[in-house]
Design a protein. Sequence first.
Length: 296
Amino acid sequence: MKLLLLGLVGVVSSTAIVEVTGIASTTAPARRPPFDDGMIGVSIPSRAAAVAPEPAGTIATMPLAPGQTVRAGDILCTLSARLQELEVQRLAALVASDIDARRAGIGLDHMTARQQRQRELAAAAVGSEAALAEAELERELATIAVQTAALQRELASNELAQAQERLAQRTLRAPFDGVIARRWRQSGEAVESWQPVVEVVALDPLWIEFECPLAQLPACGLGASVSVRPTESKDAARPATVVFVAPVATTATGTVTVRAALANPGSDWRAGLKMMVRCNDGGGEAVAPTPPGGGR
């Protein structure tokens, strides 16, 4: 009987210890690290372009490799363009030449003098009216020849501009400041019209897209500041500014797509990273902004 009572006392004591331990653990919870209550997003380029040539051709040069930074207007790729260069030279010579205009002008001067002579002869009753009419016709034709020469030169100038544009189309240039993300073709390969050759992305600013619960949306409206950092990195958090809030929520999740712009000079944070996001006005401890590369 004594043994049975001791056993019951032991069970009760053990139960009491467990309950007390549970109460202690719930009344004094351990402090959660920052961002544990944040939202998960992803970093994406603020701009991206798959650059493709308008004409088909053979790639002559590709001076830049993936990972290199570019400025707007930098050459990404050139296609073979010997025929286009020759056409530009031919038309440039035609536009620069005034031979046709000079010939037409000399002819007009000659016919004007002849017409004047026939008028004088007709006035003196020496020349015939038929000869005067013929001289006037020839002068009119000479005037038209001068106008035709001017028109031909204008048309040649237009053709030269078209040829220069076709030549320029064989050089692919960066549409904006950014980074070479990938190359689909190499020097010496043939490429079809509108077939992408190089991809350029802009990583400054870097966009962070995340799904914001409707309850936290007031703290993540347009112009609001959020703190972000990569989940797989020791980099310190940086501030980003909300630039877009989707007008339609996702019914299944009760969230709204939000996009924030993050200053990323040097492009040290990549696109495609899993990001932790927290609204600075959403409770908890705000994260102080740090310069790029901080916390490494």
